[in-house]
Design a protein around this ligand. Sequence first.
Ligand code: RFL
Ligand code: PHB
Length: 388
Amino acid sequence: MRTQVCIIGGGPSGLLLSQLLHRAGIDTVVLERQSRDYVLSRIRAGVLEWGTVELLREAGVGARMDREGFVHTGTYLAARNRGFRIDFNELTGKKVMVYGQTEVTRDLYDARAAAEGTVIHGAEGVALHGLDTSSPYVTFTKDGTEHRIDCDFVAGCDGFHGPSRKAIPASVLREYERVYPFGWLGVLSETPPVSHELIYANHERGFALCSMRNANLSRYYVQCPLTDKVESWTDANFWDELKRRIPEEAAATLVTGPSIEKSIAPLRSFVAEPMRWGRLFLVGDAAHIVPPTGAKGLNLAASDVYYLYHGLVQNYQGDNEGIETYSQKALARVWKSERFSWSLTTMMHRFPDQSEFEQRMQEAELDYHESSEAAKKVLAENYVGLPY
Ligand code: RFL
Ligand code: PHB
């Protein structure tokens, strides 16, 4: 088999890249290890920056998002039982869209299927070859048969654990990492959201977040020790813990119900450099991970796709500047989002070994955000998404 761009990974980055390239007349094959249902069962991000919204529209997959998504013009930060609002629209003239990653991915799968794009599920043993030559190829096994795809370029959209990043020689690759000493326990429930905007709460018992997917689907999180087992958290324990950590006014009106999904995610900051090696380009979680505080993971994947898509289109028109500068442009934005996610995580969570000094620093930072327009503006500018 031959294609122009072989895309490894059928998560949001791989599918979005494939869809955009298709619309520009560039042929792709997407190789995904899991089934479509499995990919769609992963409950992940919930907030889209406006740049992501516009890119999805450009890819021709914005219709349902525009109908069913919720535009948010602000968010609440809460501490010591009171909350204050960050008004994105007033501070930056921008807003965000609440529309889940599951729905984005579903829309992309539908669009690829409608265009008869090739997405191969159940691809096992994917391996990358000849990346530093002008004729790279990818091999894999499907239903016991070996396949080979020859291509011009390989896009590694295969998440943190995929084979693409590992195909870059250790002598070239640099990795930067911070692992946080806690996780997020997340619950999805068919209940109306407690607030019409998100609430990020700093509490002495640990961080909590109130988010949503739609008018009758809520997503809540509480910070928990990494040693906790999800099976040991009953729904009742979860709701009790959430109520303790959010402002009383919100706790009093919180509607609880059975969880339809419950999971613990570890928190990590990670960047791999460079994001290009020969004819391989790393995209999204394959190259970087952010802690979920600030909702940057999916949005960074989208900005990588934006740079690579434009670079590849230009390249097929005879100008290779875009692919030559891909790594540099993507990383400049990645590091700024890493900084924001790390600083919001640090400001909002309880660290196990937090000293009284660090405790006071955190309180002062929250107070500063409450009282200073300038501080609010910095947070808002980062939250709605820095320009591409
Ligand atoms: P994905 O979504 O991980 O997709 C990668 C795809 O590659 C496939 N794959 C392979 N395919 C073929 N061969 C192999 N050997 C393969 N190995 C892997 C995988 O099956 C998968 O389908 O990466 P992508 O596309 O870069 O998208 C990135 C986003 O998914 C990610 O940044 C966010 O979801 C991060 N994230 C969150 N971000 C937020 O903004 N808000 C959140 O609340 C939020 N929650 C989360 C998250 C990530 C999590 N992970 C990675 C464990 C919660 C979790 C649990
Ligand atoms: C979510 O809705 O899952 C969500 C929202 C905002 C975040 C993280 C997760 O910062």
